[in-house]
Ligand binder design. Structure first.
Ligand code: HPA
Length: 268
Protein backbone atom coordinates (compact mmCIF):
# COMPACT_ATOMS: atom_id res chain seq x y z
CA UNK A 1 0.00 0.00 0.00
CA UNK A 2 2.73 2.38 1.02
CA UNK A 3 4.15 3.62 -2.25
CA UNK A 4 0.75 4.45 -3.82
CA UNK A 5 -0.46 6.22 -0.71
CA UNK A 6 2.74 8.26 -0.32
CA UNK A 7 2.59 9.33 -3.96
CA UNK A 8 -1.12 10.20 -3.81
CA UNK A 9 -0.88 12.29 -0.62
CA UNK A 10 2.31 13.99 -1.84
CA UNK A 11 0.53 15.12 -5.00
CA UNK A 12 -2.44 16.44 -3.03
CA UNK A 13 -0.17 18.33 -0.63
CA UNK A 14 1.19 20.19 -3.60
CA UNK A 15 4.53 21.49 -2.23
CA UNK A 16 3.33 21.71 1.38
CA UNK A 17 5.63 19.86 3.75
CA UNK A 18 4.00 19.39 7.15
CA UNK A 19 6.37 18.28 9.92
CA UNK A 20 3.80 17.82 12.65
CA UNK A 21 1.04 15.22 12.67
CA UNK A 22 -1.96 15.72 14.94
CA UNK A 23 -4.18 12.70 15.64
CA UNK A 24 -7.64 13.60 16.93
CA UNK A 25 -9.46 11.26 19.31
CA UNK A 26 -13.15 10.62 20.04
CA UNK A 27 -15.20 13.81 20.15
CA UNK A 28 -12.18 15.96 19.30
CA UNK A 29 -12.64 15.91 15.56
CA UNK A 30 -13.83 19.55 15.45
CA UNK A 31 -10.26 20.69 16.01
CA UNK A 32 -9.74 20.02 12.32
CA UNK A 33 -11.81 23.16 11.57
CA UNK A 34 -9.07 25.29 13.15
CA UNK A 35 -6.56 24.47 10.42
CA UNK A 36 -6.11 27.41 8.04
CA UNK A 37 -5.88 27.09 4.25
CA UNK A 38 -6.93 23.47 4.59
CA UNK A 39 -6.35 20.78 2.02
CA UNK A 40 -8.70 17.93 2.84
CA UNK A 41 -8.04 14.37 1.69
CA UNK A 42 -10.76 11.79 2.36
CA UNK A 43 -9.50 8.42 3.49
CA UNK A 44 -11.50 6.64 0.81
CA UNK A 45 -9.77 8.52 -2.01
CA UNK A 46 -6.28 7.45 -0.86
CA UNK A 47 -5.17 4.23 -2.56
CA UNK A 48 -5.21 1.22 -0.18
CA UNK A 49 -5.86 3.46 2.83
CA UNK A 50 -7.81 1.86 5.70
CA UNK A 51 -11.33 3.24 6.37
CA UNK A 52 -12.68 4.45 9.75
CA UNK A 53 -16.07 3.15 10.97
CA UNK A 54 -16.90 4.64 14.45
CA UNK A 55 -19.53 7.38 14.93
CA UNK A 56 -17.93 10.71 15.90
CA UNK A 57 -14.92 9.99 13.69
CA UNK A 58 -14.58 11.63 10.31
CA UNK A 59 -12.21 9.85 8.02
CA UNK A 60 -9.90 12.36 6.41
CA UNK A 61 -6.53 14.06 6.47
CA UNK A 62 -6.42 17.84 6.76
CA UNK A 63 -3.20 19.62 5.85
CA UNK A 64 -2.74 23.32 6.46
CA UNK A 65 -1.50 25.98 8.83
CA UNK A 66 -1.78 26.15 12.60
CA UNK A 67 -0.08 29.13 14.25
CA UNK A 68 1.84 29.62 11.00
CA UNK A 69 3.24 26.08 11.09
CA UNK A 70 2.45 23.39 8.54
CA UNK A 71 0.55 20.54 10.16
CA UNK A 72 -1.22 17.42 9.03
CA UNK A 73 -4.28 16.34 10.96
CA UNK A 74 -5.79 12.85 11.10
CA UNK A 75 -9.49 13.36 11.62
CA UNK A 76 -10.53 9.80 12.38
CA UNK A 77 -8.12 7.07 13.41
CA UNK A 78 -7.85 3.30 13.16
CA UNK A 79 -8.78 1.41 16.29
CA UNK A 80 -7.75 -2.21 16.65
CA UNK A 81 -11.26 -3.02 17.96
CA UNK A 82 -12.62 -2.18 14.52
CA UNK A 83 -10.79 -5.25 13.29
CA UNK A 84 -7.82 -3.69 11.49
CA UNK A 85 -4.69 -5.72 11.35
CA UNK A 86 -2.30 -3.98 13.80
CA UNK A 87 0.40 -3.60 11.12
CA UNK A 88 -1.97 -1.23 9.25
CA UNK A 89 -1.13 1.40 11.86
CA UNK A 90 2.60 0.91 11.37
CA UNK A 91 2.13 1.33 7.63
CA UNK A 92 0.14 4.54 8.07
CA UNK A 93 2.83 6.02 10.33
CA UNK A 94 5.57 4.98 7.88
CA UNK A 95 3.66 6.80 5.13
CA UNK A 96 3.68 9.95 7.28
CA UNK A 97 7.39 9.50 8.01
CA UNK A 98 8.07 9.22 4.28
CA UNK A 99 6.10 12.44 3.76
CA UNK A 100 8.44 14.27 6.16
CA UNK A 101 6.57 14.12 9.48
CA UNK A 102 8.93 14.57 12.45
CA UNK A 103 6.56 15.17 15.38
CA UNK A 104 3.25 13.61 16.41
CA UNK A 105 0.68 15.05 18.79
CA UNK A 106 -1.70 12.23 19.65
CA UNK A 107 -4.93 12.78 21.57
CA UNK A 108 -7.52 10.39 22.91
CA UNK A 109 -10.52 10.01 25.17
CA UNK A 110 -9.78 7.99 28.30
CA UNK A 111 -11.33 6.78 31.52
CA UNK A 112 -9.81 7.96 34.81
CA UNK A 113 -8.44 5.44 37.31
CA UNK A 114 -8.07 8.10 40.00
CA UNK A 115 -10.71 9.97 41.98
CA UNK A 116 -8.64 13.18 41.81
CA UNK A 117 -8.64 13.18 37.99
CA UNK A 118 -12.13 14.23 36.91
CA UNK A 119 -14.03 14.01 33.63
CA UNK A 120 -13.47 17.11 31.49
CA UNK A 121 -9.83 17.38 32.59
CA UNK A 122 -6.70 16.63 30.55
CA UNK A 123 -3.81 14.28 31.25
CA UNK A 124 -0.35 14.49 29.73
CA UNK A 125 0.75 10.95 28.90
CA UNK A 126 4.13 10.26 30.51
CA UNK A 127 4.28 6.60 29.62
CA UNK A 128 2.03 3.72 28.64
CA UNK A 129 1.24 0.10 29.33
CA UNK A 130 0.38 -1.94 26.25
CA UNK A 131 -2.36 -4.21 27.63
CA UNK A 132 -3.97 -4.76 24.22
CA UNK A 133 -2.22 -8.05 23.57
CA UNK A 134 -1.39 -6.74 20.10
CA UNK A 135 1.50 -4.90 18.51
CA UNK A 136 1.67 -3.10 15.16
CA UNK A 137 5.37 -3.95 14.78
CA UNK A 138 4.87 -7.71 14.63
CA UNK A 139 5.87 -9.21 11.28
CA UNK A 140 8.66 -8.80 8.78
CA UNK A 141 10.74 -5.70 9.50
CA UNK A 142 11.84 -3.15 6.93
CA UNK A 143 15.09 -1.68 8.28
CA UNK A 144 14.53 1.31 6.02
CA UNK A 145 11.90 2.53 8.51
CA UNK A 146 13.11 1.31 11.88
CA UNK A 147 14.88 -1.34 13.95
CA UNK A 148 13.64 -4.85 14.71
CA UNK A 149 13.79 -4.17 18.46
CA UNK A 150 12.88 -0.52 19.04
CA UNK A 151 13.62 1.06 22.43
CA UNK A 152 10.67 2.57 24.35
CA UNK A 153 12.61 4.07 27.27
CA UNK A 154 11.37 7.56 26.35
CA UNK A 155 8.41 6.89 24.09
CA UNK A 156 6.82 10.22 25.09
CA UNK A 157 9.51 12.80 24.40
CA UNK A 158 10.75 14.38 27.61
CA UNK A 159 11.42 17.79 26.12
CA UNK A 160 7.89 17.86 24.66
CA UNK A 161 6.42 16.94 28.05
CA UNK A 162 8.35 19.67 29.82
CA UNK A 163 7.21 22.24 27.26
CA UNK A 164 3.59 21.14 27.55
CA UNK A 165 3.66 21.41 31.37
CA UNK A 166 5.03 24.96 31.07
CA UNK A 167 2.34 25.88 28.57
CA UNK A 168 -0.45 24.50 30.80
CA UNK A 169 0.92 26.43 33.79
CA UNK A 170 1.04 29.67 31.78
CA UNK A 171 -2.46 29.13 30.37
CA UNK A 172 -3.76 28.13 33.84
CA UNK A 173 -5.11 24.85 32.52
CA UNK A 174 -5.12 21.87 34.87
CA UNK A 175 -2.85 19.25 33.33
CA UNK A 176 -2.54 15.91 35.11
CA UNK A 177 0.27 13.49 34.28
CA UNK A 178 0.31 9.76 34.24
CA UNK A 179 0.40 6.39 32.57
CA UNK A 180 -2.08 5.45 29.86
CA UNK A 181 -3.09 1.82 29.70
CA UNK A 182 -4.45 0.50 26.44
CA UNK A 183 -7.09 -2.19 26.31
CA UNK A 184 -8.22 -3.70 23.02
CA UNK A 185 -11.92 -2.94 23.61
CA UNK A 186 -14.55 -2.50 22.31
CA UNK A 187 -16.27 -3.11 25.65
CA UNK A 188 -15.73 -0.79 28.57
CA UNK A 189 -13.93 -2.49 31.46
CA UNK A 190 -15.42 -4.49 34.30
CA UNK A 191 -14.97 -3.04 37.79
CA UNK A 192 -12.49 -5.84 38.57
CA UNK A 193 -10.39 -4.93 35.53
CA UNK A 194 -10.30 -1.30 36.62
CA UNK A 195 -9.11 -2.33 40.09
CA UNK A 196 -6.43 -4.51 38.47
CA UNK A 197 -5.23 -1.63 36.27
CA UNK A 198 -4.95 0.62 39.33
CA UNK A 199 -2.68 -1.97 40.95
CA UNK A 200 -0.58 -2.08 37.75
CA UNK A 201 0.14 1.63 38.13
CA UNK A 202 -2.02 3.01 35.33
CA UNK A 203 -3.64 6.43 35.59
CA UNK A 204 -6.06 6.31 32.68
CA UNK A 205 -7.45 3.65 30.36
CA UNK A 206 -8.41 3.79 26.71
CA UNK A 207 -8.66 1.85 23.45
CA UNK A 208 -6.20 3.66 21.17
CA UNK A 209 -2.93 5.60 20.94
CA UNK A 210 -0.47 2.85 21.91
CA UNK A 211 -0.25 1.38 18.37
CA UNK A 212 0.35 4.84 16.91
CA UNK A 213 2.99 5.66 19.53
CA UNK A 214 4.82 2.34 19.06
CA UNK A 215 4.81 2.90 15.30
CA UNK A 216 5.92 6.54 15.55
CA UNK A 217 8.80 5.80 17.92
CA UNK A 218 9.79 2.87 15.69
CA UNK A 219 10.18 5.08 12.65
CA UNK A 220 11.77 8.02 14.49
CA UNK A 221 8.85 10.41 14.99
CA UNK A 222 8.84 12.29 18.32
CA UNK A 223 5.64 11.96 20.36
CA UNK A 224 3.49 14.14 22.59
CA UNK A 225 0.39 12.42 24.03
CA UNK A 226 -2.68 14.00 25.63
CA UNK A 227 -5.69 12.20 27.11
CA UNK A 228 -9.01 13.92 27.58
CA UNK A 229 -10.59 12.32 30.63
CA UNK A 230 -14.19 11.65 29.66
CA UNK A 231 -15.36 9.45 32.52
CA UNK A 232 -14.30 7.61 35.66
CA UNK A 233 -13.34 3.98 35.11
CA UNK A 234 -16.08 1.46 35.81
CA UNK A 235 -16.79 1.16 39.53
CA UNK A 236 -15.05 4.38 40.63
CA UNK A 237 -18.39 6.17 40.84
CA UNK A 238 -22.01 4.97 41.03
CA UNK A 239 -23.17 5.46 37.43
CA UNK A 240 -21.40 4.63 34.23
CA UNK A 241 -22.74 6.23 31.06
CA UNK A 242 -20.60 4.83 28.26
CA UNK A 243 -19.95 6.30 24.80
CA UNK A 244 -22.47 9.20 24.92
CA UNK A 245 -20.77 10.58 28.04
CA UNK A 246 -17.39 10.14 26.38
CA UNK A 247 -18.38 12.36 23.47
CA UNK A 248 -20.03 14.95 25.73
CA UNK A 249 -17.03 15.34 28.07
CA UNK A 250 -14.58 15.38 25.18
CA UNK A 251 -16.47 18.37 23.79
CA UNK A 252 -16.27 20.10 27.17
CA UNK A 253 -12.49 19.73 27.34
CA UNK A 254 -11.91 20.57 23.71
CA UNK A 255 -11.44 24.32 24.24
CA UNK A 256 -8.58 23.71 26.68
CA UNK A 257 -7.09 20.98 24.55
CA UNK A 258 -7.18 23.28 21.56
CA UNK A 259 -5.33 26.03 23.48
CA UNK A 260 -2.62 23.61 24.59
CA UNK A 261 -2.07 22.30 21.07
CA UNK A 262 -2.05 25.78 19.50
CA UNK A 263 0.60 27.01 21.93
CA UNK A 264 2.69 23.87 21.60
CA UNK A 265 2.73 24.04 17.81
CA UNK A 266 3.49 27.76 17.92
CA UNK A 267 6.64 27.11 19.96
CA UNK A 268 7.85 24.14 17.90
N1 HPA B 1 -12.36 2.75 29.09
C1 HPA B 1 -11.78 2.51 27.88
N2 HPA B 1 -11.72 3.41 26.92
C2 HPA B 1 -12.27 4.61 27.16
C3 HPA B 1 -12.88 4.92 28.37
C4 HPA B 1 -12.93 3.94 29.40
O1 HPA B 1 -13.46 4.13 30.50
N3 HPA B 1 -13.32 6.21 28.28
C5 HPA B 1 -12.98 6.64 27.05
N4 HPA B 1 -12.35 5.70 26.36
Amino acid sequence: MMENAIKYIQEKLNNHKPETLIILGSGLGDFGEEIENPISIDYHEIPSWPQSTVSGHKGRLIAGLLEGKEVLCMQGRFHLYEGYHPSVIKEVLCVFKALGIKNMIVTNAAGSLKKEIAPGEIMLIEDHINFSGQNPLVGKNDEKYGPRFPVMAEAYNLDFRTRMKDIAAKEKITLHQGTYLMVLGPNFETAAEIRAFQVLGATAVGMSTVPEVLSAVYCGIKVLGLSVITNYGTGLVQEFHGHSETLQQANRASANLSKLIHQFVKEL
